[in-house]
Design a protein around this ligand. Structure first.
Ligand SMILES: O=C(O)C1=C[C@@H](OP(=O)(O)O)[C@@H](O)[C@H](O)C1
Ligand SMILES: C=C(OP(=O)(O)O)C(=O)O
Length: 430
C-alpha cells in the first residue's frame, strides 16, 4: 500500500467488533449449553482462526452477514479433533484455547504461523502444569506447537509475573474444569473481558483489586454448566485508535467514531491523548453486558509529550505503536517504559516501531522496556517494514498521512488479522 499526506479527515464512522470479545464469544459459546448469538463479530483472520478451531472440536458455528450462531454443546461437549488445531497468528486463540483443552478428556495439538510459533508459551505451560494439566512444547522450546493430553485439574492460586489477560484467562478457563477454586493475581489489572463475559454465561467468577497496590486477583469456582447468551460486540478501541490518532494529527479533521468499547482496562489510550493535549469528547456513554461504550469525537489538536509507564501499560499495550507515531508528531520527548511485553507480540514491537520511526526521520531510541521519542521533527515518507505485524502496518499508515512524500507499507495485507476493512473506513473520511 502506498500513502501520502492529506488534510481534513471528516465524517462519522464505526469500527469492527472488539477482537478480544469476539474470540471469547466463540470460545464461551462453544462450551456453553444452547445457542449463543453474536452480533458485530469481528471477521478478522485471528477470530476466524478461533471459529475454525472450535469447528474442528465438533461445534457447529453458522455465519451470516449480521451475526454468528454458535450451537454450544456444554462444558463437556467438545469432540476430539481429527487434525492439528491451526491457531494462525493469534496469541489469544492459542493461550485461551489451551486452558480449555487442558480440561478435556482427549489429546490435542495446536500450532500457528511462524510468528505465533515463536511467541512464549511457558507463561501458560507453567501454571497449567501446576494445576495438573499435561501440556508440552513439542519442540521443547517453550513455544507452540503444543501438545495437550488429559489430566486431572485441581484449583491453584497463581501469582502471575506478567499482567496478561491471555495468561489470566487461560488459567481461569482451566479452572472451570478443576476440582476446587482457582485464582490468579496479576501485578496490575489486565483487560477483564473474560471475567465480565464468563459471569454473563453463568460462571461463579469474582475479581478484587487490592487497595494498597496495583495488584488484581480474579477467582473462579468449578462449574457444572454455562448457558448460551446473546452478545452484542462493541467496536474495538484498538481499531478506533488509528482513527483517533488520525483525527488528532491530520490538519483540519473532525471524526466521530460510534459505539466504541471504553472498558477502563482497555481505554488507556484516551488518558494518554488527554495528557498529550488531544481534543477528544466522549458522547452517549452507556453500558452493555457490563462493558462501557461511547461515541468518540476527535478534532485536530496540537500535541505535546508525555510519560507512559506503570499500571496504565496493560490498558494500552496494543496501541503503543500508534501512540509512538503520535509522540513523534508531538512537541517534546515522550518516554514509554514498563512495556517489555511489546517484545513478545506479533513482532518485537519495540524494534519494529523504533526502526520504522527512524527511517521516517524521527529521533527515537529503543530501551529494554520501551522507547524514548524526541518529537517534533517533520516525518518523511519511507518504506515501512511491517514484519507482517498488523498493528505496525496500521500505525505507520497513520504516520504516512502526516509525512512529506510517499510512504510504502510492505505486506499491508497483514491488516486482515484484526481489521480487514481498515482502508475502506479511511475512504469514508476523505
Ligand atoms: O486477552 C486478549 O484478548 C488480549 C490480551 C493482550 O495480550 P497479553 O495478554 O499477552 O498481554 C493483547 O495484547 C492481545 O491483543 C489480546
Ligand atoms: C498482540 C495481539 O494479538 P494476539 O496476542 O492475540 O496475537 C494484537 O492484536 O496486537
Amino acid at each position: 500500500m502506498e500513502l501520502c499526506s492529506i488534510n481534513g479527515l471528516k465524517g462519522t464512522i464505526t469500527v469492527p467488533g472488539d477482537k478480544s470479545i469476539s474470540h471469547r464469544s466463540i470460545m464461551f459459546g462453544s462450551i456453553a449449553k444452547g445457542i449463543t448469538e453474536v452480533e458485530n463479530f469481528l471477521k478478522g483472520a485471528d477470530c476466524r482462526a478461533t471459529i475454525q478451531c472450535f469447528r474442528t472440536l465438533g461445534i457447529e458455528i453458522e455465519e451470516s452477514k449480521s451475526s454468528v450462531l454458535i450451537h454450544g454443546k456444554g462444558l463437556h461437549g467438545l469432540m476430539p479433533p481429527t487434525h492439528i488445531l491451526d491457531v494462525g497468528n493469534s496469541g489469544t486463540t492459542t493461550r485461551l484455547l489451551s486452558g480449555i483443552l487442558a480440561g478435556q478428556p482427549f489429546d490435542s495439538k495446536l500450532s500457528g504461523d511462524a510468528s505465533l510459533n515463536a511467541r512464549p508459551m511457558k507463561r501458560i505451560i507453567e501454571p497449567l502444569t501446576q494445576m495438573g494439566a499435561n501440556i508440552s512444547s513439542i519442540l521443547r522450546n517453550d513455544c507452540a506447537p503444543l501438545y495437550i493430553t488429559p489430566g486431572n485439574l485441581h484449583g491453584i492460586h497463581y501469582n502471575s509475573p506478567v499482567a496478561s489477560a491471555q495468561v489470566k484467562s487461560c488459567i481461569l478457563l482451566a479452572g472451570l474444569y478443576a476440582d476446587s477454586e482457582t485464582s490468579v493475581t496479576e501485578p496490575s489489572l489486565s483487560r477483564n473481558h473474560t471475567e465480565l463475559m464468563l459471569k454473563e454465561f453463568g460462571a461463579d467468577i469474582r475479581s478484587t483489586h487490592a487497595l494498597s497496590s496495583t495488584q488484581a486477583t480474579a477467582s473462579i469456582l468449578p462449574c457444572t454448566e454455562l448457558y448460551g447468551q446473546h452478545i452484542l460486540v462493541p467496536g474495538d478501541i484498538s481499531s478506533a485508535a488509528y482513527f483517533i490518532a488520525a483525527g488528532l494529527l491530520v490538519p483540519d479533521s473532525e471524526i466521530l467514531i460510534q459505539n466504541v468499547g471504553i472498558n477502563p482496562t482497555r481505554a488507556g489510550l484516551l488518558k494518554v491523548c488527554e495528557d498529550m493535549g488531544g481534543d477528544i469528547t466522549l458522547l452517549n456513554e452507556r453500558t452493555q453486558a457490563g462493558e462501557p461504550i461511547a461515541d468518540i469525537l476527535v478534532r485536530t489538536s496540537t500535541l505535546h509529550s508525555t510519560t507512559i509507564e506503570g499500571d496504565i501499560i496493560p490498558a494500552l499495550i496494543d496501541e503503543i505503536p500508534v501512540i509512538a507515531v503520535m509522540a513523534a508528531a508531538a512537541e517534546g520527548t515522550t518516554i514509554i517504559r514498563d512495556a517489555a511485553e511489546l517484545k513478545v507480540k506479533e513482532s518485537d514491537r519495540i524494534e519494529t516501531v523504533t526502526d520504522n520511526l527512524l527511517s521516517m526521520g524521527c529521533n527515537v531510541t529503543a530501551t529494554e522496556d520501551g522507547m524514548i521519542i524526541r518529537g517534533g521533527c517533520p516525518l518523511k515518507g519511507a518504506v515501512i517494514h511491517t514484519l507482517f505485524d498488523h498493528r505496525i502496518a496500521m500505525a505507520f499508515s497513520i504516520a504516512a498521512l502526516i509525512a512529506d512524500g510517499n510512504t510504502k507499507i510492505l505486506d499491508s495485507k497483514c491488516i486482515d488479522i484484526s481489521y480487514p476493512e481498515f482502508y475502506d473506513t479511511f475512504e469514508k473520511l476523505l
